[in-house]
Design a protein around this ligand. Sequence first.
Ligand SMILES: [Zn+2]
Length: 75
Amino acid sequence: MKFFFILLVVLIGLWFWKQRQKKPSKPSTPAKKQDAHVIMLKCAVCGVHVPDTDALAGQRGAYCSAEHRRQAEGL
Ligand SMILES: [Zn+2]
């Protein structure tokens, strides 16, 4: 009898786990909304705007590439 009880608990646990996995990711948040949070930085050399995640930080500002950072700061 104890075995069946454990089996039942395991089956219920698996069912809950499956239900959780079925849940689709919230489509209510559009991608555009997330883009608004991206901070755009202007390259100090060419003036191109790059997301702060892709920008390279230098002593005189942000740069779009290592090449431009080297040009501006002479590193
Ligand atoms: Zn640049």
